[in-house]
Design a protein around this ligand. Structure first.
Ligand code: ADP
Length: 187
C-alpha cells in the first residue's frame, strides 16, 4: 500500500504510471494528451508525454508501418516509458498501437499501466481527417493504414474507454484524472 505522502506530487518518492492512449488515427489521442499533461503538471506531478508522431520522427525514423515495424516501435517506446515510470514520472503515451499483443507487452513491461481506449468510429475519424491521411489511404497512396488497409484490434481489458464522438475533450480529461485519483495513482 502506498501512502498519501508517497503519492504527493513532485516529491522524490512520486510513483510513476503509464497512461496509454490507444485508438485510430484522428480518434483524439494527441488532443487529449496535451491538456491531460497540463492538468497533471499544474497539480505538481512530473509528467512526460510520448506521442506517436514525435517518436516516429525522433526515435524511430527508421521504422515503417508493417506489423514487424509497428511492433518494434511500441517495444522501443515501452523501453523508454518503463524507465520513466520507474523513476516516478507520469508518462502519457499516445500511440495507435493497433495490436493487442503489443499493448499487452507494454503493460507487462511497465507494470503500472492504465490503458485508455480512445474510441471513435472510423467514419468520424475519416470525416475529421486531421492530417489528410485517410484520403490518401483511400486513394491507395498510403499502404498499411490502420482502419483502412491495416487492422485495429480494439482493447478487451482497457482500464477505461473515452468515446470522443460522444463527449467533450474536457469531460475526457476529467474522466482520466478521476480514474487516476480513484485508483490511487494521484491524490
Ligand atoms: P490522434 O492523436 O488520435 O491521431 P488527434 O488528436 O490528432 O488524433 O486528432 C483528433 C481530432 O479530433 C482533433 O482535430 C480534435 O480537435 C478532434 N476532436 C473532436 N472532438 C474531440 C473530442 N471530444 N476529444 C478529442 N478530440 C476531439
Amino acid at each position: 500500500m502506498v501512502s498519501d505522502k508517497t503519492l504527493s506530487p513532485g516529491n522524490n518518492h512520486q510513483e510513476g504510471v503509464a497512461v496509454w492512449l490507444t485508438g485510430l488515427s484522428g480518434a483524439g489521442k494527441t488532443t487529449i494528451s496535451i491538456p491531460l499533461c497540463e492538468r497533471l503538471e499544474s497539480m505538481g506531478y512530473r509528467v512526460q508525454r510520448l506521442d506517436g508522431d514525435v517518436v516516429r520522427e525522433k526515435l524511430t525514423p527508421d521504422l515503417g508501418f508493417t506489423k514487424e515495424d509497428r511492433d518494434k516501435n511500441i517495444e522501443r517506446v515501452t523501453f523508454i516509458a518503463e524507465r520513466l515510470v520507474r523513476h516516478g514520472v507520469i508518462t502519457v503515451c499516445a500511440f495507435i498501437s493497433p495490436y493487442r499483443a503489443e499493448r499487452q507487452y507494454a503493460r507487462g513491461e511497465i507494470g503500472r499501466f492504465v490503458e485508455v481506449f480512445v474510441k471513435c468510429p472510423l467514419e468520424v475519424c475519416e470525416e475529421r481527417d486531421v492530417k489528410g491521411l485517410y484520403a490518401k489511404a483511400r486513394a491507395g497512396e498510403i499502404k498499411n493504414f490502420t482502419g483502412i488497409s491495416d487492422p485495429y484490434e480494439e482493447p478487451e481489458n482497457a482500464e477505461m474507454t473515452v468515446d470522443t464522438s460522444q463527449s467533450t475533450l474536457e469531460a475526457e480529461v476529467d474522466a482520466i484524472i478521476g480514474y487516476l485519483r480513484e485508483n490511487g495513482y494521484i491524490i
